[in-house]
Each structure stands twice: as structure tokens, then as C-alpha cells.
Write a protein that binds this ligand. Structure first.
Ligand SMILES: [Zn+2]
Length: 256
């Protein structure tokens, strides 16, 4: 909840003052709205704004502020977290659009930006995104164990464990056998070390394949193939180069 409100406060601060003051309704302003609607008290421009947007609805002994157009209860700044959380859980964390639809149907004065801020700090949604995508999107031919190893890095930054933020996952495409290694960073050196460790224990595969390219070994020569994605940063290219050369050096040592 603290993270949500600190992000929200930062967002409100970044808004134009006039817009920011009415972006969300704090409890004090809510009480001011009730006073205007009940007793007609208040400053004239505030009264104008209140009469344009709000009406008073009596529920039992309570007087509640409703939006005129939507005919839904107004949610104050203080109630935002709990209300959005309830709606988001009701749609079973199914993303922004469903959450927004659920909110709009029932409440007034919850800005769309606030819903986006809420979702950005929802642990469950974050983990769902960060958690394993299928290790290979297209079928890969493999004829025997250790012919082709697919490698992938799983992002665990949202739930780190003792300084470990990544899991290196390697999988034999033929045997469907998997290995997993905890990593503190996803830089080339620690990744290469884990891969080498695996190759010392089992054999190196004929082909090591990752999202960023492949490193292929033939028995008569060592050859590195990198199919660089245009979106790769210079750092990623350097990392990939380091990884490729490290593994290639190993192949060279292993076969010659
Ligand atoms: Zn969620």
C-alpha cells in the first residue's frame, strides 16, 4: 500500500496544479463537497464544480457523494488502494482493461492513471509476467541427448533470494532434461561459468541455443553464429560476444 501511495503522490506532484488538485478527491475535499450539497456552503468556483459533477445520496443514515453522470459512489484518495484492489481481485488479476471496466461500472473519480499505477505494483501480475515463458517458441529438431541445449534466463528480480535475481535454465531439447542455476546477475561471465560447469559434468551439446543467437560446434572446427536482434543494446552485444567467445574457447579446448 505504501508503494502505491508513494507512486501516486509522485504522479499527482507531476501534474499541473489546477488539474492535480481535482485529480483525486481527498477526505477533506469530500467533506467539503457534502457541505456544498447539503448546506450550500463554500467558495463559488468550488460550488460550481461540485454542482456540475456530484449529487448527494442518502443510504440509511449515511450521506454519500455520487457522480451525477455515472450514478456511482465517489471514491476518495484514502479509499483508492482498497477499492482498486477489490476490483482487480474480482477480475482475477486479468490485466488493465478488465480491471478498468470493473471499476468504471461501480465507482466514480478513480482516474485511469491511478489504475495503471496500482497494476504496476501488483506483485502477482508482476510475477505472472516475469515467470517462465515457454523455453522455445518454434519446434527445434534434435536427434539425441546433448545434440541441442536451449538456454534461457528467468527474471526473479521481483522475488530475489539472498541476492540471487536470475535463474539460468538450460534444457535438452531431445531428452527434455532441465538444469537450473541461481545467478546474482545476468552478465555473460557468471552465465558462462554455469554453462561451463554443466559442460564439465555432462558433455557440451553440439548446439547451444538462446533467444539471442546460437553457438554451434562441429567436430572439425569451432564456429560461432550470432544472429543479433536489431533491438539489442551495445552492452547486450558485448555480453553475447563474451559468452560466445568463452564457450567457443571451451569447445576449442574440448575438441582439439
Ligand atoms: Zn494483479
Amino acid at each position: 500500500m505504501e508503494l502505491f501511495y508513494s507512486k501516486l503522490d509522485k504522479h499527482i506532484e507531476s501534474l499541473d496544479e489546477k488539474f492535480g488538485s481535482k485529480f483525486v478527491i481527498k477526505k477533506a475535499a469530500y467533506n467539503g463537497i457534502i457541505l456544498v450539497l447539503k448546506d450550500g456552503c463554500g467558495e463559488s468556483s468550488f460550488k460550481l464544480w461540485v454542482h456540475k459533477h456530484f449529487k448527494l445520496v442518502t443510504i440509511g443514515e449515511l450521506q454519500v457523494v455520487y457522480g451525477i453522470e455515472s450514478n456511482n459512489p465517489v471514491i476518495t484518495y484514502e479509499q483508492l488502494y482498497v477499492t482498486i484492489k477489490e476490483c482487480h481481485e474480482r477480475v482475477e488479476h486479468h490485466g488493465r482493461d478488465k480491471t478498468w471496466k470493473e471499476i468504471k461500472q461501480q465507482y466514480r473519480w478513480i482516474p485511469f492513471d491511478v489504475v495503471v499505477i496500482f497494476l504496476s505494483q501488483c506483485d502477482l501480475c508482476w510475477n505472472r509476467k516475469a515467470f517462465p515463458k515457454p523455453i522455445a517458441d518454434k519446434p527445434i529438431t534434435s536427434i539425441s541427448f546433448l545434440t541441442r541445449i536451449q538456454m534461457d534466463l528467468i527474471d526473479m528480480r521481483s522475488i530475489p533470494d539472498g541476492g540471487f535475481h536470475w535463474i539460468l535454465h538450460t534444457k535438452d531439447r531431445f531428452a527434455k532434461f532441465s538444469w537450473a542455476y541461481a545467478l546474482k546477475t545476468k552478465e555473460a561471465q557468471p552465465v558462462a561459468e554455469k554453462l561451463l560447469h554443466q559442460f564439465y559434468s555432462f558433455e557440451p551439446p553440439r548446439i547451444l541455443q538462446s533467444d539471442n543467437g546460437k553457438i554451434r560446434c562441429k567436430s572439425d572446427k569451432t564456429e560461432s553464429l550470432i544472429s543479433r536482434k536489431s533491438s539489442m543494446s551495445k552492452r547486450q552485444v558485448i555480453d553475447l560476444y563474451f559468452l560466445t567467445t568463452t564457450i567457443s574457447a571451451y569447445y576449442y579446448y574440448y575438441f582439439f
